[in-house]
Each structure stands twice: as C-alpha cells, then as structure tokens.
Design a protein around this ligand. Structure first.
Ligand code: EPU
Length: 444
C-alpha cells in the first residue's frame, strides 16, 4: 500500500494551482445520466473519486472520453442498466448521487446503501424522503435501495435533519426535480458552492432552478435537458488546505484558483489565526503575520466554517501559541486524526463533538495512518511542520480528493516522496484515461 514520506521543517514557497472541485464534479457527472447528448466538463479534477464515478457511469453505459488532461466528455445516450453495486458504492459514498438522475431519466434506480463511514454516522434518509415526496416508490431490500416512479411530480420538501441541511441530498433531489412535472420547492436546501455549481450546470442544460445559494430552491420541471460545455469551480477545500500549508510551515504561497466568495468563513478564521491573506482576482498570497494564534471554531454548513477543513485546522492549531477549541456540528465524530496527531507530539483532548488543543512548540515526525481524506490532509500538514520524518500510510484516502498532492508539494520545496514497497511511484489512477488512450467505454 502506498505511503507518503515527509521530511518536515521546510518552508513552502512558490505558486500552486487549485484543481477543480471534487464535490462539484461528482454530482455534475452523475447528473449527466439524465442529459442526452455529449456533455463536456472543463477543469475536471483527476482524482480517485472522479475515477470511481467514471467507472460507475461506464457500467451504466455512459461513454467517457478525455479530451485533454482536465477536460472530459460524457455521452449518456445509451444508459443500459440502473444498478450501482456495493463494490463501487462502498468505496465512494457519492455514488448515491446517481439515484436522482437515474430515477428522473430511467424511471428506476437500484443503488447499494453505502454502509459505515470513518467520519461518522451518515444516513441517507433525507435523500429518500425527498425522492419519495416527488412520487418515487422506495424499497430497501438486501442492502439496496430500489427506487421507481412512473412519473415524478413537483412537491414541497423540507430537507433538514438533526445536523441541518444535506449537500448530496439536495443534489439528488434537485437533479430529480428538474425533470419532474410541475413545481418543486426545497426548503432547508444546502447552500454549499458545490450545490450551486450543480444548479448552474443544470440551468445551463435548460433546467429552471431559482434560489441557488439560499435555503429555498424553486424548481420548475422541464421535459428534457440538453448537453452543454461547462467549467467546474475550483476546489475551495484544496485552496484553504494550501493556505494552512503556508501557515503551518511559515511559508509564502501564491495560490491560484481561489474563489473568496466560497471561502469567506475560512479566510476570516485563518486571518484570526495569524495568516496574512492577500486576495486579488482569483489568486491568494498567503504568509504568516506572526505566531499562530489559538482559535475557538465551530464547523457548520455553508456559509459556516467547513467540516472538510476541520481536520486541517486542528493540525495547524497544534502549533498555536495557546489553547484552541475546534467543534464539528456537521460530523460530530470526525476526529480520528486527533489520535494520530497525538503520536506526533500534539496535545489534544476529545470533548463531546470537538477537541481541545493545547498548542506545543513543535511536532515530531512519526509513522501515522490516514483514516479518511481530510484526516490525511491534516497529517500531511502536521508532517510538513514536524521535526524529522513522518510516514503516512493508507494515502489512497488522499488520492480521493487532492490531485497530484506529492507533485504539487515537491514543486513548493517540500521534501516529500510517495513510495510503494519502498520505491517511489505515482498514483495508479494517474495512468487512467489520457488523451492518447482516451476512450474508457463505448456507448454500448
Ligand atoms: N444527514 C442526515 N441524513 C441524510 C443526509 C445527511 O442526517 O439523509 C446528516 C449527516 O449525517 C451529516 C449532515 O447531515 O451529519 C451533513 O451531511 P451531508 O449529507 O451534507 O454530507 P454529504 O452530502 O454526504 C458532502 C460532501 C462531504 C462533506 C459534507 C458536508 C460530497 C461528495 N461530500 O457529503 O465531503 O463533508 O457534504 O459538507 O459532496 C469530503 O470531501 O471529504 C467530504 C466528506
């Protein structure tokens, strides 16, 4: 299994480009199941998760072609099956995003229930509630969701659970509602930029969605959607991870592909933590303004501080000059990184849905294990700042959401090496569809 070796203590410097947003790309890719013709997506991120979605769509009969490294064409005119098997769904929960588009276009879908997850309890009851409200009949049998509907009809849907709105739940219901008869109103919709990006994409295809970015979406169903070319937004979580990489290593990074309107809470929080962030157009220059300052931060749905940055912030606060409190109200158990950070000399205590972090003067390199995508990013940040060598195992988690992380880090003067069985290597999926060997499936 691949591991990442980091010899810490180097200040990161240089310019880094942020890739397309994973969590926008995945539901947009899934939505193409309901869009006849050839959709072309620019700024497409080359990730393990987008690769898994390609595999899934290919199984359904979608033809996938890379036009260049970051441009993909998806041709969904010959969807031949509606079943998403456990084997794929368990590796990527976002597979559930195919449910709404399949139901809307094929009238049925059979998708494995995703099962357990390292970041906590992740039910999909709200997805199912929303689709039922549109008229789908839903049966859970032998670990699979069987959904069917002769016709979907617009409805008023309240889509909030104990932890608030749901991102992929909103995407699923929105993707089905655009092709339903009549008007759908989704209350308590997620406002995340990735949901807006899916909505903008669907509108470009002919859908009629208003209220994107607010908690009330109004969707007037249309008979069909048309394929378009669309550019995916940059990944706000990657952007802010680079900001924290500059902060924790006392470096100086110029980050390209920063949408400050997607990062208001993160930028505010990081500035309070002592980072100097200069924004111009879609570029941010990030340095330290002084010592890292302790914080009291709560991760919340957008526009709050994102749960997907909670682990990275926890790592950075390990080196702050004082005691921080980091709470996660979206995924209250998403703290597996805390135990690994302890092994690097951090002083962290778990308390209800958060951690209390007493800043230390330095971290020391150690062998640590990645438990999920953002926890892995936290360990990378800690490793970059630590004295000595850190070896992070199970870095396939990182590959799910950070494109060419080791390569980008190396170009910023970090001392990192990706290894497999003691030998440097590159991620397996890097050899997946390339412009020269482009077709990954045929229409059939
Ligand atoms: N929830 C329910 N019922 C549901 C759905 C969600 O109770 O039917 C709860 C969850 O248990 C959680 C909260 O609602 O406590 C929010 O979950 P949400 O549904 O919004 O999460 P998600 O859609 O499964 C997406 C991202 C996650 C990100 C969360 C929160 C994608 C593919 N995934 O997940 O991204 O953490 O929203 O912002 O968009 C990541 O990229 O590392 C990642 C985990």
């Amino acid at each position: 299994m691949d591991e990442l070796r980091i010899r810490g203590g180097h200040r990161l410097q240089g310019t880094v480009s942020v890739s397309g947003a994973k969590n926008a790309a995945l539901p947009i890719m899934a939505a193409t199941l309901a869009i006849p013709g050839r959709t072309i997506l620019h700024n497409f991120p080359r990730l393990r998760d987008t690769n898994s979605m390609i595999q899934l769509l290919t199984q359904f009969g979608v033809a996938v072609e890379f036009l260049d490294d970051h441009t993909i064409a998806l041709e969904s005119s010959a969807v031949s099956t509606c079943r998403a098997d456990y084997e794929l769904v368990r590796t990527m929960r976002a597979s559930v995003c195919v449910l709404g588009p399949l139901l809307a276009s094929q009238g049925e879908a059979c998708v494995s229930l995703p099962g357990g997850c390292n970041i906590g309890h992740r039910p999909i009851d709200l997805h199912l509630k929303g689709l039922s409200a549109l008229g789908a009949e839903i049966v859970i049998d032998q670990g699979y969701i069987h959904a069917s509907a002769r016709e979907l009809r617009g409805a008023e849907i309240y889509l909030s659970g104990p932890q608030g709105s749901t991102v992929t739940g909103t995407c699923n219901v929105m993707s089905a509602a655009v092709l339903s008869r009549g008007r759908t109103i989704i209350q308590a919709a997620a406002c995340e930029p990735e949901v807006i990006d899916l909505g903008n994409f669907l509108n470009a295809c002919g859908a009629q969605i208003t209220g994107l970015g607010t908690s009330t979406l109004t969707i007037d169903g249309v008979r069909e959607l048309q394929a378009v070319e669309y550019t995916i937004i940059p990944d706000r979580i990657e952007a802010a991870t680079w900001m924290m990489a500059a902060g924790i290593t006392d470096g100086d990074l110029t980050i390209e592909g920063v949408r400050d309107d997607h990062l208001t809470a993160a930028i505010e929080t990081l500035r309070t933590a002592g980072l100097a962030i200069d924004l111009q157009d879609e570029t941010a220059r990030v340095r330290r303004a002084g010592d890292l300052q302790p914080l009291d931060v709560v991760a919340l749905p957008f526009p709050g501080f994102p749960t997907d940055l909670q682990a990275q912030l926890t790592a950075m606060m390990c080196l702050a000059s004082g005691t921080s409190v980091v709470t996660d109200r979206v995924f209250p158990d998403r703290f597996l990184h805390a135990a690994e950070l302890l092994r690097m000399g951090a002083k962290i205590r778990r308390e209800s849905s958060g951690v209390i972090i007493e800043g230390v003067n330095e971290l020391s390199g150690a062998c640590v294990m990645a438990s999920d995508l953002r926890a892995s990013a936290a360990l990378v940040l800690a490793g970059l700042a630590a004295r000595g060598e850190t070896v992070i195992s199970r870095i396939y988690h990182l590959d799910r959401g950070y494109e060419d992380l080791a390569g980008k880090l190396s170009r910023l003067d970090a001392d990192v090496e990706r290894q497999k069985g003691g030998r440097p290597n590159t991620p397996q999926f890097a050899g997946a569809p390339t412009p020269s060997a482009s077709k990954t499936s045929s229409k059939g």
